[in-house]
Design a protein. Sequence first.
Length: 464
Amino acid sequence: MKKLSVKLGLLFLSILFGLETTMFFFLHSTLVESRVEEELIALQTRGNSHRDILEKHFDENTISHVALMESEANTDVVITNTNNEILGASVDSSLIQRYIEKPTISSEREGKTIGDNWKEEDYISTVSPIEQNGVLIGHVYMFQDTAWIQSLISRLNEQFLIAGFVAVIFTITIIIFLSKALAKPLIKMKEATSQISSGDFSVSLPKTGDDELGDLARSIQLLAGDLNYLREERSEFLSSISHELRTPLTYIKGYADIVQKRNLSPEERNQYLSIILEETNRLSDMVKNLFDLAKIDKNTFDIIKKPIDLNEFMNKIETKFSPAFAEKGMQLSVSCPESIILSADGSRLEQIIFNLLDNAIKYSSAGDKTTVEVSRTKKHVIIRINDSGRGISEEELPFIFNRFYRVDKSRARALGGTGLGLAIVKELVHAHGGTISVFSREGDGTEFEIFLREKRKDENNTFG
Ligand SMILES: Nc1ncnc2c1ncn2[C@@H]1O[C@H](COP(=O)(O)OP(=O)(O)OP(=O)(O)O)[C@@H](O)[C@H]1O
Ligand SMILES: [Mg+2]
């Protein structure tokens, strides 16, 4: 579980450790080098000032005075003549003899460093020439013991070690917090997804801000919500289906029993058989509708668009439906401007209009009027189907496109409705890339308005 935080922690730690080591190493060597450099300059300056005094008074008295002065300081002086013979010294000459014998002696006025190898040598040293009237008369050598550098280094090492230790502890603490802070929400999200996959959608993830982790958490939460909604919808749908199937099956079974067992008059027998037939038709309608919806849900529903001359199409619809309206003493009028060519799937479009007109017939009474009116805007073709039937109340209106939804269950049953007609209409309109809306007032009538986008005429499209 904690693998990620360990990995992150180790990665950060090694990177920071590498950085800190390099930094400490550079800091350490720069500090020591610059200290040695400073000491060498100070040594040289001191040598030069002795040299200045000796140039003025190059006598035994002054030489021994200079040597005496240095013997009190932590630096040492050696004064030689041009033959490298020691005239005066504040240190045992045997210790520094080899520096003086070096052929590197210079006559540079500002003096010169002759020993700066503090790692190998016991002394760092400089030399300054003594001149009188432009003639070299001797040299002032200055020495400083390198032991102080070693002690400086060991003190530095000690301090660096302490600082390094504190830094590492500090870094580790920060890393532990940081990697936990990063890994914790991820672990929570992993747990949430396992919870979701085990079927428990009631996950709640803590809000982690608006970074990528927060986005991920919100997506998981959304996914859980959607899955929950789908599950509820599915179980509702299944229970609706079983309920809807049970009713016609009960009728069929009941009447079949009666027909089989009782001695019925031919009229009664016919009456019961026609009820059985009616219910069987209803069942087969429902199964067909469910099959259509299942195909739409599975995205295996083909919408094959072809250019349709709407005027011609609507005339056919009018011819087909007028008798059904007339039979019920209702009126159907269809109006459609000429030369509207719509790219749509003809049989699906007919199914849409059929379902809406079927409703108009079912939910209106004799004397009511239904109109189908086609108009167009720049981008859309609008089909309005308006009836003066019983209308739908405001409370019911939002639900009429839901599957199996019927406003008046008992009356709808009598009218043979399954409550799937409008659900199919909505899916078909969406499959065409259109929208459908409904306006209705109880007692006044209902209007469905379909907006379909006018697309290129010869477009073929598979819905999905
Ligand atoms: N034109 C309309 N006037 C009044 N009520 C309507 C109209 N169209 C639909 N409804 C109401 O909306 C409900 C749902 O309609 P839908 O077409 O989905 O189902 P149905 O007509 O009952 O059954 P099906 O169409 O599957 O045979 C209907 O039961 C009805 O109450
Ligand atoms: Mg219907």
